[in-house]
Design a protein around this ligand. Structure first.
Ligand code: PRP
Ligand code: URA
Length: 209
C-alpha cells in the first residue's frame, strides 16, 4: 500500500498561500520553497534509525540517542527541485546531494532526461527525491525509476504541491516510495499545470517567467 502524507500544519499552509500568490516575487518565492522543504524534511526523516550513546552533561552522565550513521542523500530534480536543497540541508547538513535533470516536453507532457549524477555510495544511502511539483507525475516517477537502477536502501519523494492525477500515477508506478506533500490541489489544466497551483515553479524560482 502506498503511503501519502499531506502536511497540513498551519505554518505550512500559511507559507503555501503566499507561495501561490502571483504577486510574490522570486526572492520571497525562493525563501518560502526553502522553508517549506525544511518543514517537510523534518516529517520525512521522522523514522530515521537511532542508536544509544552516552554524554556527560554538566550534572552527570546521560544515556541519549543519536542518528545511526549519516547515510542520507537528497536528489533534486532539475531545475525546480534545486530550490528545496538549501532547506533540507539545513536539517541534515552532512547529507550528500545527487542531481537528476528532467524537463517536461510542453507538447507531449512527457519527461525528457538530460542529466544524472548520483553519489557513488548510493547503495548505502536512503534517498529523498525533491521536486516542488507533482503534476502528471511523469517526471517524479521517471526520476525514481532512474534512481532505483542504482539500488539505494530506500527512496522517499518530497513535493510541495501535487495534483490528484500525479498522486495516482506516482503511487501506481512506485507503491513502495512514500510521498510527502503540503497540499493536493483540484486537477490539471489542458497544459498539464496544477489548478489552482502556483504556476511554473522553476520559472518563479529562477525569475525566468
Ligand atoms: C516541472 C516540475 C516537475 C515537473 C512536474 O518541471 O518541477 O519536474 O514539471 O510535471 P509532471 O509531474 O507532469 O512531470 P519542468 O519540466 O517545468 O522543468 P523545470 O523545473 O526545468 O522548469
Ligand atoms: N510544473 C510546474 O512548474 N507547475 C505545474 O503546475 C505543473 C508542472
Amino acid at each position: 500500500m502506498a503511503s501519502v502524507t499531506i502536511l497540513d500544519h498551519p505554518l505550512l499552509q500559511h507559507k503555501l498561500s503566499i507561495l501561490r500568490d502571483r504577486h510574490t516575487g522570486s526572492k520571497e518565492f525562493r525563501e518560502l520553497i526553502s522553508e517549506i522543504a525544511m518543514f517537510e524534511c523534518y516529517e520525512a526523516t521522522r523514522d530515521l534509525p537511532l542508536v544509544e550513546t552516552t554524554v556527560e552533561t554538566p550534572i552527570c552522565e546521560a544515556k541519549t540517542k543519536v542518528i545511526a550513521g549519516r547515510k542520507l542523500a537528497f536528489v533534486p530534480i532539475l531545475r525546480a527541485g534545486l530550490g528545496m536543497v538549501e532547506g533540507v540541508l539545513r536539517m541534515v547538513p552532512a547529507a550528500k546531494v545527487g542531481h537528476i535533470g528532467l524537463y517536461r516536453d510542453p507538447k507531449t507532457l512527457k519527461p525528457v532526461e538530460y542529466y544524472s549524477k548520483l553519489p557513488s555510495d548510493i547503495e548505502e544511502r536512503e534517498v529523498i527525491v525533491l521536486d516542488p511539483m507533482l503534476a502528471t507525475g511523469g517526471s517524479g516517477s521517471d526520476a525514481v525509476t532512474i534512481i532505483k537502477r542504482s539500488h539505494p536502501k530506500r527512496i522517499k519523494f518530497m513535493c510541495i504541491l501535487a495534483a490528484p492525477e500525479g498522486v495516482r500515477a506516482f503511487t501506481a508506478a512506485h507503491p513502495d516510495v512514500p510521498l510527502y506533500c503540503a497540499a493536493v490541489d483540484q486537477c490539471l489544466n489542458d497544459h498539464g499545470y496544477i489548478v489552482p497551483g502556483l504556476g511554473d515553479a522553476g520559472d518563479r524560482i529562477f525569475g525566468t517567467l
